[in-house]
Design a protein around this ligand. Structure first.
Ligand code: NAP
Length: 519
C-alpha cells in the first residue's frame, strides 16, 4: 500500500476525505467506524489482530462471563437493542450484539482481521503504519481503539510452570478442560473471579479460592426480561432510549458519585455492600475472611449476587494464607499446607498500563511513546498526547472507567474527535496536537482532584493506581466528562496550518521524554 494523498497539502486543504486507521475492532472501534461515517468521514480501515470483532467480549469466554453494567446502558446509542434477554447481559449476548452491529453497519467490510499493527511512525503530517505482515500504509489520522484490559497478567509465583494439571488465565479459558467433578483452584478475587466462582461452584468437586485481598460486593439485581417487555420496546423505541438514560442516571448518582467524593453516597454504597455480605454469608468464619479492611469502591466495585451463595457452599473454601509456591500437584501455602488441584485458574487481572503498547508509536522528533510514558501512561483529556499530532485514543489513559458504561464514554470521545476533524476541515489544518501546557494543566488538575476520590483515600491497592500509587483515572463525575467532550476547547491545541508549523516538530516532546527517562 502506498500514499495516495498530496502530503504537502494535507486532506483538509485539498478537500479530500481523510484516510483514517482505527486499531482494534472491539466495542470502541465499531462505534468509531459508525459515527465517523455518519459524520462524512468514510475512508476508514480497521486493523484487528483477532479473527472477529468484539474485543474483550471475543477474548473472554470464561463461565459466568457477564457485564455488571445494565444492558440498555451498555449499548450503542445508534443501535438500541429491545431484545436484550437480561437486565445485565451475559458475554455471548454482548458478543452477538457486537457482531450483529458490525455486520449491519459495514464495519466488518472495512476491517483487516488477523492483522496486528506493529509500528506507527509520524512523518508530518501523516502516519506511516506497519503491520505484522510487513505491509505499510499512510494515514492522515490514527485512532487507537485498543482497549485497556487485554494483556493478561500472569503472576510471578515460584513453580507456576511445574503444575501438572490444567492451568490457564481467565482471558484464555481452555474449554477443552472439563471442570466437572474436579478440584479447581482460583487465584484472585476481582470481578472476573467473582463471576466464575458464582458459575462453577456447584459443578466442581472442590473449589479453593486463593484470596490475597477481600473485596466489597454490591448486589446485582438481575432480571430476565419478559417477552411482553421486549415487544413494548420494539413498538416504542423511545423506551430503549429512556432505559439508557435511566440506568445512566441511576449509576451516575450512586456508585459514580460515591467514588469521586460524595460522602453520603459512599456511606450508602458501604452499607449496601456490608448488608450484602452479612445477609448472604451465614458462616462467620467465611464472613470474616471475606470482610475487607478498606472502604467500599476503593478497588473497582464488584457487582455480583452469585458469588456469596457459591462461596458459602460446603465444597468451597477461601484460602487466605499466602501462596508459598506452586507444585506439580497443587498450591503450597505459607502454613505448609498443600492444596491439591486438578485445574488452576489465574484470575489475576491484566497489565493495565499498555493501552496501544507494545505497538511502537513514534511521534515528532522521533520520540517513542513507550519512553515518553515510562510505565505511567498519560494523555490530554484521556485522548491525545503532545508531540503526537493527528493521533487519538479511545478508552485511553486517565479516562473514566469503573462501574460506568464504556460504550457511553467511547461515544462521547468519538463525538469529540469528530468535532476536531470538522475544525481541521473548516480551517484547512494540516495537523493538530495538544499543547504541552494544556496537557500539563489538565493532568495537574487531575492529580489534585484525585486526592478526593475513594481510589486514593480508601486505603487499598488496585489496578487503578499507577506505579507511584496514584489513581490513573478520571477523578470527576461522568457528567463533567460528558460536558467536556461536547465542547472541545481548541485553544488547548497546536493548530498547524502551514508546513512550517510542522517542522522541526515539537521540542517540548523531546524534553518531556528526556524528563520521563530520567525520572
Ligand atoms: P483484577 O480486578 O485486577 O483482580 C485480580 C486479582 O488477582 C486480585 O484479587 C489480585 O489480588 C489477584 N492477584 C494478582 N496477582 C496475584 C498474586 N501474585 N497472588 C495472589 N493474588 C494475585 O482482575 P479482574 O478480576 O480480571 O478484573 C479486571 C477488571 O476487568 C475489573 O476491575 C473490571 O474493570 C473489568 N471486569 C468487568 C466486568 C464487568 O462485569 N463489567 C467483569 C469482569 C472484569 P489483590 O487484590 O490483592 O491485588
Amino acid at each position: 500500500m502506498t500514499a495516495t494523498g498530496n502530503e504537502n497539502q494535507g486532506w483538509a486543504q485539498t478537500g479530500r476525505t481523510p484516510r483514517i486507521a482505527i486499531i482494534g475492532a472491539g466495542m470502541s472501534g465499531i462505534a468509531a467506524v459508525v459515527k465517523l461515517r455518519r459524520a462524512g468521514y468514510t475512508d476508514i480501515t480497521v486493523y484487528e489482530k483477532g479473527d472477529r470483532v468484539g474485543g474483550t467480549w471475543r477474548e473472554n469466554s470464561y463461565p459466568g462471563l457477564s457485564c455488571d453494567v445494565p444492558s440498555h446502558w451498555y449499548s450503542f446509542t445508534f443501535e438500541p437493542n429491545p431484545d436484550w434477554p437480561h437486565r445485565f447481559s451475559y458475554g455471548p449476548d454482548i458478543q452477538a450484539y457486537m457482531e450483529r452491529t458490525a455486520q449491519k453497519y459495514g464495519v466488518t467490510e472495512c476491517t483487516r482481521f488477523n492483522t496486528e499493527v506493529t509500528d506507527l511512525r509520524y512523518e508530518a503530517p501523516v502516519w506511516q503504519l506497519t503491520t505484522s505482515q510487513g505491509e505499510q500504509a499512510t494515514y492522515d489520522l490514527v485512532i487507537a481503539a485498543t482497549g485497556i484490559l487485554h494483556h493478561p497478567s500472569v503472576p510471578d509465583i515460584p513453580g507456576l510452570d511445574s503444575f501438572e494439571g490444567a492451568r490457564f488465565h481467565t482471558a484464555r479459558w481452555d474449554h477443552n478442560v472439563s471442570i466437572e467433578g474436579k478440584r479447581v483452584g482460583i487465584i484472585g478475587t476481582g470481578s472476573t473471579s467473582a463471576q466464575i466462582v458464582g458459575a462453577i461452584a456447584d459443578k466442581v468437586e472442590h473449589l479453593a479460592l486463593f484470596q490475597r485481598t477481600a473485596q466489597w460486593m454490591h448486589p446485582l439485581f438481575q432480571r430476565e426480561y419478559p417477552e411482553y417487555w421486549k415487544k413494548l420496546l420494539r413498538a416504542f423505541p423511545v423506551l430503549c432510549r429512556a432505559s439508557y438514560w435511566f440506568y445512566y442516571k441511576v449509576i451516575e448518582w450512586t456508585i459514580a458519585e460515591a467514588t469521586v467524593g460524595n460522602k453520603l453516597l459512599q456511606w450508602y454504597v458501604s452499607w449496601m455492600c456490608r448488608r450484602n455480605l452479612e445477609k448472604n454469608v451465614p458462616n462467620p468464619v467465611k464472613r470474616a475472611k471475606l470482610t475487607p479492611d478498606y472502604q467500599a469502591a476503593c478497588k473497582r466495585l464488584i457487582i455480583c449476587s452469585d458469588f456469596y451463595p457459591a462461596i458459602s457452599r460446603d465444597n468451597a473454601d477461601i484460602v487466605t494464607e499466602g501462596i508459598e509456591r506452586i507444585e506439580p500437584t497443587g498450591i503450597r501455602t505459607k502454613d505448609g499446607v498443600l492444596h491439591a488441584l486438578d485445574v488452576l485458574v489465574l484470575a489475576t487481572g491484566f497489565k493495565v498500563s499498555n493501552f496501544i503498547l507494545p505497538t511502537r508509536v513514534t511521534g515528532e522528533k522521533g520520540v517513542e511513546l513507550n519512553a515518553l510514558w515510562n510505565g505511567i501512561p498519560h494523555a490530554h483529556r484521556a485522548m491525545s498526547i503532545p508531540g503526537f499530532p493527528n493521533f487519538w485514543m479511545l478508552e485511553g489513559p486517565t479516562g473514566p472507567v469503573g462501574n460506568i458504561s464504556l460504550t457511553s464514554i467511547t461515544e462521547n470521545q468519538i463525538d469529540y474527535i469528530i468535532q476536531c476533524l470538522d475544525k481541521m476541515k473548516r480551517d484547512g489544518l494540516l495537523a493538530m496536537a495538544p499543547k504541552k501546557k494544556a496537557f500539563e494543566d489538565y493532568n495537574a488538575a487531575m492529580a489534585e482532584a484525585v486526592k478526593n476520590t475513594v481510589w486514593f483515600t480508601g486505603g487499598c491497592q488496585s489496578w487503578y493506581l499507577d506505579k507511584n500509587g496514584i489513581p490513573n483515572l478520571y477523578p470527576w463525575a461522568p457528567r463533567r466528562f460528558r460536558k467536556e467532550m461536547q465542547h472541545p476547547d481548541f485553544s488547548e491545541y497546536r493548530l498547524m496550518h502551514r508546513r512550517e508549523d510542522l517542522l522541526p516538530g515539537s521540542p517540548e516532546t523531546a524534553e518531556m521524554a528526556a524528563q520521563a527517562a530520567s525520572a
